[in-house]
Unconditional design. Structure first.
Length: 189
C-alpha cells in the first residue's frame, strides 16, 4: 500500500477519466464516482464532527462510534470503487441499529419537527445527516444502473437516522434541547 500512494499527482485524470479499483476507467462524473465522492465527503464531515467540543460525558463513547463509522465509510468507498466487490455486510447495518436503539431510548419522543441547530456539534451532526442522505441518493441512483449489494444502501439509510438521533443526544448532553420548528403561519401583507 505504501508504494501505491507514493505518487499523488499522476496526471492520468487530466482528461476527465479516473481509474476504479478493478483497473477499469470511467468518467469522473460517472454515477459510481459521484457516489464515492459523496461517501468521502460524508467521512470528512464526520471528521469535522469529531473535532467539535463534545460534552465529556459522551465524548469517549461517541468518539469510538464515529471512528468505527469512519472505517465503515472507508470500506463502503472501497466497495463502490470495485464493481461486484463486497466489504460491508449485514452486521455493519445491525451495529447501526443497535446504536440507534440505544441512543433513541435516551430521548423524549418527538412531538414536533426539529430544526438543525443547537450546539455546534449537534448542528454539525445534522450537516453529516444531510450529506449522508445525498450519499444514499447517489448509491440508490447507481443501483438502478449497475448491480450493487444491499448493505451499502441500507448502511447509509440507517446511518442518517443515527446521525439525527445523535444530534439530539449532543444537544441534550450539552444541557440544551431540540430546536423546534414553529409551524404557526405568519401573516403576510
Amino acid at each position: 500500500m505504501g508504494n501505491r500512494l507514493s505518487k499523488i499527482a499522476t496526471r492520468t485524470g487530466d482528461a476527465g477519466m479516473t481509474g476504479l479499483g478493478d483497473g477499469s476507467r470511467v468518467e469522473k462524473d460517472h454515477l459510481r464516482i459521484c457516489a464515492m465522492g459523496d461517501v468521502d465527503e460524508l467521512n470528512s464531515e464526520i471528521g469535522v464532527l469529531m473535532s467539535e467540543d463534545i460534552p465529556k460525558s459522551i465524548a469517549a463513547e461517541l468518539g469510538e462510534l464515529f471512528l468505527q463509522v469512519q472505517h465503515d465509510l472507508f470500506d463502503l468507498g472501497g466497495e463502490l470503487c470495485i464493481p461486484n466487490y463486497k466489504l460491508l455486510n449485514p452486521e455493519h447495518v445491525t451495529q447501526l441499529d443497535i446504536w440507534l436503539e440505544k441512543y433513541n431510548q435516551q430521548l423524549p419522543p418527538l412531538t414536533e419537527f426539529i430544526l438543525p441547530g443547537g450546539t455546534h456539534a449537534a448542528a454539525q451532526a445534522h450537516v453529516c445527516r444531510t450529506v449522508c442522505r445525498r450519499a444514499e441518493r447517489s448509491i440508490v441512483r447507481l443501483g438502478w444502473e449497475e448491480p450493487l449489494y444491499d448493505s451499502p444502501r441500507q448502511y447509509v439509510n440507517r446511518l442518517s437516522d443515527l446521525l439525527f438521533v445523535l444530534a439530539r443526544i449532543l444537544n441534550r448532553a450539552a444541557g440544551g434541547s431540540d430546536v423546534l420548528w414553529k409551524h404557526e403561519k405568519k401573516e403576510t401583507k
